[in-house]
Design a binder for this molecule. Structure first.
Ligand SMILES: NC(=O)c1ccc[n+]([C@@H]2O[C@H](COP(=O)([O-])OP(=O)(O)OC[C@H]3O[C@@H](n4cnc5c(N)ncnc54)[C@H](O)[C@@H]3O)[C@@H](O)[C@H]2O)c1
Length: 329
């Protein structure tokens, strides 16, 4: 790491900045943010030139104000995320948008997707990033093709993919219906498999050492009552990450999976006991938040994790290590 940072480049300067100068120095920061933080104050600027982009930090010592602005390695890169209208997918999208990435977002719920895309473009995208929606079933091959088409049409690249869309169907194993089984296979497995395959082709075609994440679950590691079919698909995604990691390693593309524990989303909040119950049985005493999953995703999407491939990271506050069950209803 130190080898990437030329010595003597780190500088401390106390300078009175005008808005215009700030805009030039930090083109990825929107004017709105610059106006908010500038004015007649003197800022202490630490520049640290890195191989990829800048890491910048602004501190106003007069009032103890400290603002850290990251010029990100994700700036100008393009990511596809499925099932991103809400929940985990939306938060990963939001964090990438804040770091200047272009986004192709998908969701089955076209209205929800439209609202999310609007929110991304109005509030979160930075540094020239743009967010485009592709509504539809992420298990359909035509929808997968359309997402990749939109990425290459608008941004002429595809760097990151998060196969996040997945459905959970509960059901007693002995009573489980073939229709429910097919729905799970269609989205959780067919969708993830072909998004992974078709995205990898697009990355290889452009010589991009891309990053692919599959969304597994703690239910893919351990048995959970009523979740046999779902857990089976999530375990299969861990195998898919391992197998495709080897297939794609020579192209510099990594494939990893994330296994979220019980995570607070719009969906899980429908149960009023969800937070207190999971707080009680999670070793950290904290329920997993979408932010926790998104931070892990950005780590795996980073250029720095090129040697980390075929792995599944469990993000659950330690719950899988002990596995106490929530109270029966
Ligand atoms: N939230 C959790 O506790 C948890 C735990 C473990 C794993 N996961 C996994 O994380 C992923 C995201 O979960 P979440 O809780 O954020 O989901 P969510 O249910 O909150 O949101 C999922 C989104 O996917 C969309 N969707 C549903 N079917 C779709 C389809 N066929 N095509 C495209 N979009 C579709 C929904 O409209 C919704 O907006 C899923 O794969 C899920 O299995 C979640």
């Amino acid at each position: 790491m130190p080898g990437n940072i030329p010595t003597g480049i780190e500088k401390n300067r106390s300078i009175g900045f005008t808005n215009r100068l700030l805009s030039k120095a930090f083109p990825h920061i929107t004017t709105e943010k610059i106006l908010k933080f500038s004015g007649d104050f003197d800022f202490k600027i630490n520049f640290c030139w890195k191989q990829v982009g800048y890491l910048s930090k602004i501190s106003y010592f007069g009032r103890g104000l400290s603002i850290h602005l990251i010029m990100s390695e994700f700036q100008g890169k393009c990511a596809i995320l499925t099932g991103a209208g809400q929940g985990i997918g939306k938060e990963i999208a939001r964090q990438l948008a804040l770091q200047g990435a272009h986004l192709i977002l998908n969701d089955l719920d076209a209205d929800l997707l439209e609202t999310t895309v609007e929110e991304m473009n109005e509030r979160h995208v930075s540094g020239g990033g743009r967010c485009i929606g592709v509504p539809g079933d992420a298990g359909d091959l035509t929808v997968i093709d359309e997402m990749i088409h939109q990425a290459t049409l608008h941004f002429n690249r595809l760097d990151m993919v998060v196969a996040n869309a997945g459905i959970t169907t509960f059901g007693d194993f002995l009573e489980y219906e073939a229709d429910d089984f097919e729905k799970l296979m269609h989205l959780n497995l067919q969708g993830s498999f072909f998004l992974c395959q078709k995205s990898a082709r697009a990355m290889i075609h452009r010589g991009i050492k891309g990053r692919i994440i599959l969304m597994s679950s703690v239910t893919g590691h351990q048995a959970h009552e009523g979740l046999t079919a779902y857990g089976m698909t999530k375990a299969a995604l861990q195998a898919l990450a391992k197998l495709t990691a080897v297939e794609l390693a020579s192209y510099g593309i990594t494939v990893n999976a994330i296994s979220p524990g019980a995570t607070i989303t719009e969906r899980t909040l429908e149960d009023p006991d969800y937070i207190p119950e999971w707080e009680r049985i999670t070793p950290t005493g904290v329920v997993t938040r979408v932010e926790d999953i998104a931070h892990t995703a950005l780590f795996l999407l980073s250029e720095k994790t090129g040697q980390l491939t075929g792995q599944t990271l469990i993000v659950d506050g330690g719950w899988t290590s002990t596995s106490p069950q929530p109270k029966e209803k």
